[in-house]
Write a protein that binds this ligand. Sequence first.
Ligand code: ZN
Length: 100
Amino acid sequence: MLKAMITMDKLKVFGLTYAIERVPYISRDEYRAGEIDFEKQEIRILDSLSVEHQKQTIIHEMIHAIFVGLGMNDYSDNEALVQSLATALHQCLTENHGLI
Ligand SMILES: [Zn+2]
């Protein structure tokens, strides 16, 4: 059975377009669901994640891009802050139909 996956392949943040790639692994050294490469403008997410988790991971990487785009790199480096915002935004935006 084919695993469900999201269809979006790019994300725009502050005039920059990031290509979204699904990959079988991010790092061999530690578990990571996704990562963002600011120089290459690429977001990589694990292809084994559920659709919900893929979306939450893209939001996580989007928040990194927003903070870096605003020149707030210290906030981008705070993974707990980024993940807290990603979890909150994902839940609020997906469970409040009609808001966006
Ligand atoms: Zn992160």
